[in-house]
Design a protein around this ligand. Structure first.
Ligand code: 4AD
Ligand code: MG
Length: 497
């Protein structure tokens, strides 16, 4: 058996593919079957001249998502998906599928989510999962290459680490347990044992808000480094993100094409240093006239684009009546695209006044909302690292600067409106200070005794961060919602399939 991905090694040979019918067009003397096998897509041509009558009939009986084994000659054809076609000589039906619910016509996202177990077979979903896989591999390669040890932190935990409002509580043999919001505290213990470690596992937050960036179950990569300060922490995160992007650009060209991702900004990343500013500088930027002017400009250019594409739509609609069949299909496709873009622009135009207002009136001391992040990032085409946060809005474990007002935290915001992908900090390493923080937060000191031990026995400066995998996948793939970045997303109102 050969996979579609390997076809280039088998030009002009007879091979057998095992897969499923992605799409099929039939005519009297020829069947065009788009076959997918998990590794890719390949157009297979079953011609009445080349196969037995029985085989030709069998091909005619295939429906979308039927499973089959198909043999034939591999022919190079640059116009074909993947660059190769199969000219069939034989075919074996494995199963004729029932009427498949996801057809090539458009479906609403709720319907697709209900059928997530099948939707994953669609091209775009397939491509996103391949990119996710490559990102995971790139992360391991990056850290392993630098001598980090991957260690697993527990999922059942006895204490909260990232605030008590997003805890999933569960019953642990009559004791309360929580699903881990982060592996960090355990990561700190492991760093004191191994120096450089990273955890890579699922984390859970009872997020009650429905946004395009929040899941209740998501995967986080959390490196923790003994003897690292904030600066070294930021440098590491920047190197890691650049390594991930570089790998995806090298390995996933085909997938990014399927996702129609404009990769210009991603390609420029390697050369550039990430933007860095303090929280206070970021607030000033957000409130500035420059930002307000940028938003006005954005509104104006969106208005213009809207007028242009609406005009185009009117014109091609007129052409539709007398157009040839192939051109009609082209027009239908374009009208669909325009429709989607119009919706998006109209949404932006509805949002911009609110964004402007919220940016202008932003008060020092608040956390950035999703729209503030989007507005802030309009000015940059590389990620932005924001440091020195008001201590009140950051976690108890963060070390503070000499004023005691600012936490040595760092968040990394992705460009193009994808929001915060990394949250991290230098950690408080002084026993007494940390005890004070725990008391101030009203946390139960007893459950943190083990964590305090890390400050009792050989405490050292140390730092770490957490990278949200799904938001990273969303950004790199250019997907507007995290629900398409993980095989089976868990969100408010979504537990099945
Ligand atoms: O900023 P957060 O809350 O940081 C921590 O949990 C630290 N303990 C990490 C550390 O220092 N070791 O979360 C880190 C990242 C966010 O930047 C975001 O990318 C992602 O995790 N994240 C979410 N992703 C999807 N859905 C959610 N509900 C998320 N909450 C956080
Ligand atoms: Mg955060």
């Amino acid at each position: 058996m050969v996979t579609i991905k390997q076809l280039s090694d088998h030009q002009d040979q007879i091979v057998t593919l095992k897969g499923w019918v992605y799409n099929i067009r039939n005519s009297k003397s020829i069947h065009f079957i788009e076959v997918r096998d998990g590794s890719g897509l390949c157009q297979c041509i079953v011609s009445a001249d080349d196969v037995s009558e029985k085989v030709f009939e069998a091909a005619g009986s295939l429906k979308q998502e039927s499973s089959l084994e198909i043999s034939g000659k591999v022919i190079k054809d640059d116009r074909s998906i993947g660059g190769y076609e199969l000219h069939a000589t034989d075919l074996k039906v494995v199963q004729i599928a029932e009427n498949y619910p996801i057809t090539p016509k458009e479906h609403g996202v709720e319907f697709l989510m209900e059928n997530r177990h099948l939707w994953l077979r669609s091209r775009r979903q397939w491509a996103a999962m391949r990119v996710r896989n490559e990102i995971i591999f790139a992360i391991h390669t990056f850290f392993q290459g630098r001598g980090f040890v991957q260690m697993d932190s527990p999922i059942f935990t006895g204490n909260a680490a990232e605030g008590s409002t997003t805890l999933f509580e569960t019953d642990y043999f009559d004791e309360k347990a929580y699903l881990a919001q982060t592996g960090q505290l355990y990561g700190e213990a492991l760093a004191m044992a191994h120096g450089l470690i990273y955890t890579f596992g699922p984390t859970f937050r009872a997020e009650k808000s429905k946004t395009r960036r929040h899941l209740t179950e998501f995967w986080m990569i959390e490196p923790e480094m003994a003897y690292y300060d904030l600066e070294m922490n930021m440098d590491l995160a920047e190197d890691m993100i650049k390594a991930i992007v570089k790998t995806v650009l090298e390995k996933n060209k085909a997938e990014l094409d399927i996702l129609e991702r404009d990769t210009t900004a991603l390609e420029n990343l390697a050369e550039k240093r990430f933007e860095r500013m303090t929280y206070t500088e970021a607030v000033d930027k957000l409130k500035s006239d420059e930002t307000a002017a940028l938003l006005d400009e954005m509104a104006a250019s969106r208005e213009k684009e809207l007028a242009d594409i609406k005009k185009e739509r009117e014109e091609i609609k007129k052409e539709h009546g007398s157009a040839k069949k192939w051109r009609k299909a082209q027009i239908d496709q374009r009208i669909k695209e325009i429709g989607a873009r119009v919706d998006q622009i109209e949404e932006d135009l509805r949002n911009i006044p609110g964004w402007k207002e919220s940016a202008r009136n932003f008060e020092w001391g608040n956390d950035f909302g999703g729209s503030d992040e989007t507005v802030l990032m309009m000015q940059f085409d590389v990620p932005l690292i924001v440091t020195h946060w008001p201590a009140e809005i950051k976690a108890f474990y963060m070390k503070r600067d000499e004023t005691d007002k600012l936490a040595l935290g760092m968040d990394i915001l992705a460009p193009e409106g994808y929001g915060e992908i990394v949250g991290g900090s230098q950690r408080e390493d002084d026993l007494t200070t940390l005890e004070e923080r725990i008391a101030e937060e009203g946390l139960d000191k007893e459950v943190f005794e083990w964590y305090l031990d890390l400050r009792r026995y050989g405490s050292v400066p140390h730092s770490g961060y957490g990278l949200g995998l799904e938001r990273t996948v969303a950004w790199i793939c250019g997907l507007s919602h995290v629900r398409e970045t993980i095989p089976f997303p868990r969100m408010l109102g979504r537990l099945r399939p």
